[in-house]
Design a protein around this ligand. Structure first.
Ligand code: ADP
Ligand code: MG
Length: 296
């Protein structure tokens, strides 16, 4: 499904950075401000009655039907649902990769439909980090060069780019794999590179579409621990998964069916610590997993 869409930033050419940044952000390397300092700011995501209809020849596919959703800053939200229920469509709208057919989407109180392509590109680059199931790394290109890409698009100079990309990879435990190409890395390692690429611009919102779908249980636990850490640093995380054990790591679980939200469950308050990553993909024999499965 993702192959028909433009991989994050990959075909976007470098552009000169605007003098007045569209989105205020902390200096390089700084962590997002603590949640307390942000209490008065609007919800990071507000979706109002959003529908999306794809037209393929004569056939219309209603992928989203009147979805309304508010996501608070610092939350960790899992989106679940069967294949074809509209999860990726919703995620692509949340990430400003695609526009709704009707309805409104606001990010940090700004109506996205009012923004031009340049502002949208800026917003995506500065504010949002994407992670995909198939990693979407550029082949035959070193890990560090992959992670540098979003900084190159943002017009960051070569030396600073190298240093920040190396830092981001080191924070993912990949300091000794900087020169490896994707084909020379395991799935879990490729996903770490992809996470490093997503966070190197210091975004406050992390969007991940089935990030553990191609990973074994050990790598899944590692990647979830990384998401928990990014969330503890104040970043908002929205993650699509079809695995109940993965969703159980979130603070809130939203379930989509046929393009509609059919369930919205809060597991943890915004300030509660996340459960540490437990054993995953163990055959889904636990009671919790069983309940989650039968609720589908
Ligand atoms: P999910 O991620 O939950 O599997 P998607 O959001 O990818 O679901 O798809 C929702 C529905 O929209 C499906 O019926 C799918 O076939 C259709 N769809 C998704 N993307 C496109 C597209 N680019 N063109 C036409 N139909 C699409
Ligand atoms: Mg999908």
């Amino acid at each position: 499904m993702m192959s028909s869409r433009r991989p994050f930033g990959v075909h976007r050419r470098a552009r000169t950075p605007r003098e007045q940044p569209l989105i205020a952000r902390p200096p390089a390397g700084a962590r997002p401000a603590a949640p307390r300092a942000r209490r008065r700011r609007p919800a990071v995501i507000r979706v109002h009655d959003v529908s999306k209809t794809y037209e393929v020849g004569q056939i219309k596919v209603r992928a989203l039907r009147g979805v309304s959703l508010r996501i608070e800053r610092g939350d960790f939200v899992a989106i679940m649902g069967r294949s074809g229920s509209g999860k990726s469509t919703l995620m692509n709208i949340l990430g400003c990769l695609d526009a709704p057919t009707s309805g409104r989407y606001e990010i940090d109180g700004t109506d996205v439909s009012q923004m031009d392509e340049d502002d949208l590109a800026d917003l995506r680059n500065r504010k949002i980090g994407f992670i995909f199931q198939n990693f979407n790394l550029v082949a035959r290109t070193s890990a560090i060069a992959n992670v540098e890409l979003p900084l190159a698009y943002a017009g960051v100079g070569r030396e600073e780019r190298r240093a920040r990309a190396a830092d981001a990879l080191a924070s993912m435990g990949m300091a000794n794999r900087l020169r490896h190409q994707p084909s020379e890395l395991s799935g879990g390692q490729q996903q770490r590179v992809a996470v490093a690429r997503a966070i190197v611009t210091n975004p406050s919102l992390i969007l991940a579409d089935e990030p553990t779908g191609n990973l074994d249980s050990r790598s899944t636990e590692d990647v979830l621990a990384i998401f928990a850490r990014l969330n503890a640093e104040g970043r908002t995380v929205v993650l699509i998964t079809h695995e109940p054990d993965v969703a159980a790591q979130a603070r809130r679980v939203i379930r989509l069916s046929d393009g509609e939200i059919v369930e919205d469950e809060r597991l943890l308050g915004l300030r509660d610590p996340l459960p540490s990553a437990r054993r995953l993909k163990s055959g889904h024999t636990s009671a919790a997993a069983h309940i989650a499965e039968t609720k589908r």
